[in-house]
Write a protein that binds this ligand. Structure first.
Ligand code: FNR
Length: 331
């Protein structure tokens, strides 16, 4: 792990209520996948090309992945994250503790809205309209959550609700006065995705794809992009590391839409490995939360800056261009 990210993690753990730290840090089941997401990067090595004479000029291929409840990390919550994002795309969680309109207003770069399709179509449509009115540039439908993941740390703490004064603000007054809770539904299908495409002109991404056949279906259903993700090890503790699922998905998609990888990215070298294995960009979840908890807006900015700097450094050392042959197994 990049040492700055490690330092921010340690500071976050020291300042956070242990119950909230565990909510952010934890995964599902035995947390096998949580550990595997990071371990999968350590199983790879980079085989650099040399003497290519390429000076690296490359956009920062990173998005901020959607994570819930930023006010548990810092009183400014998603406002701090949005201010820190700069030109980096912020995928704002439907479960944010700041309403999406305020998140977009605080950001200077693109904000995408992450959506869990709700069992009541009127609620889903109201959320989409909120995202459109706020000025979001895309919708990201999370597909890996037909039910809530069972997080042992949260169950052990009895943590299942936000403290008084905090709420999932995007759910406020949706069909009547008051708050609705976010629901997960196993009834959500590709048909819902089709209806969303008819409902809105926003580009539609799907997040939480692991099987190459689902990647093909997503392309056939007209998505603008795919996020290969196991939800940061928070849904099913039997799946592969996100990185291990990436190459087959990238092959199946064959460049028709961009493929983003999230899960376990903890340094600039990890970004390079993911790009070499077929990702157009990576998403980062927990490191942003650690930066936010440790030092608010400044902390999130540090996370992004250090990843950017390290990525460019690694890319230069790899000869400026990445392709699958520069990644080998670490024996
Ligand atoms: C998440 N993630 C997530 N995903 C999503 O689509 N909607 C959400 O509301 C949340 N909420 C959430 C909360 C917390 C605390 C975590 C850690 C994660 C999953 C997230 O978008 C992403 O897939 C992972 O966090 C990526 O893994 P890393 O970078 O945390 O290893």
């Amino acid at each position: 792990m990049n040492p700055v990210l490690a330092e921010l993690h340690d500071k976050a753990r020291a300042v956070l209520d242990p119950v909230h730290y565990d909510f952010f840090a934890g995964g599902v089941g035995d947390e096998v996948v949580l550990a595997e997401n990071e371990a999968a990067f350590r199983r790879r090595a980079l085989l650099p090309r040399v003497l290519r004479g390429i000076e690296v000029r490359q956009d920062f291929p990173v998005l901020i992945s959607p994570t819930a409840f930023h006010k548990l990390a810092h009183p400014d919550g998603e406002l701090a994250t949005a201010r820190a994002a700069g030109t980096t795309t912020l995928v704002s969680s439907m479960a944010s503790t700041v309403p999406i309109a305020e998140v977009v207003a605080a950001a200077s770069g693109p904000v995408w809205f992450q959506l869990y399709v709700q069992p009541d179509p009127a609620v889903t449509e109201a959320l989409v309209r909120r995202a459109e009115r706020a000025g979001c540039a895309a919708l990201v439908v999370t597909a890996d959550s037909p039910v809530f993941g069972r997080h042992r740390r949260d169950l052990a703490h009895g943590f299942h609700d936000l403290p008084a004064g905090l709420a999932a603000e995007n759910m406020r007054d949706l069909t009547g006065p008051g708050l609705r809770t976010i629901e997960m539904s196993p009834a959500v299908s590709w048909g819902h995705l089709d209806r969303l495409r008819e409902m809105t002109a926003l580009p539609l991404w799907v997040k939480g794809i692991l099987h190459p056949a689902d990647a093909v279906l997503a392309v056939e259903h007209g998505v603008a992009g795919i996020v290969v993700s196991n939800h940061g090890g928070r849904q099913l503790d039997l799946v592969p590391a996100a990185l291990d699922a990436l190459p087959a998905v990238a092959d199946a998609v064959a460049g028709r839409v961009p493929v983003v990888l999230d899960g376990g990215v903890r340094g600039g070298g990890d970004i390079a490995v993911a790009l070499a294995l077929g990702a157009s960009a990576v998403g980062i979840g927990r490191p942003v939360l650690w930066g936010l908890a440790a030092d608010g807006e400044q902390g999130v900015r540090r996370v992004l800056d250090v990843l950017h700097d390290e990525f460019l450094h690694v890319l230069t050392l790899c000869g400026g261009e990445l392709s699958r042959d520069v990644v080998v197994a670490r024996c």
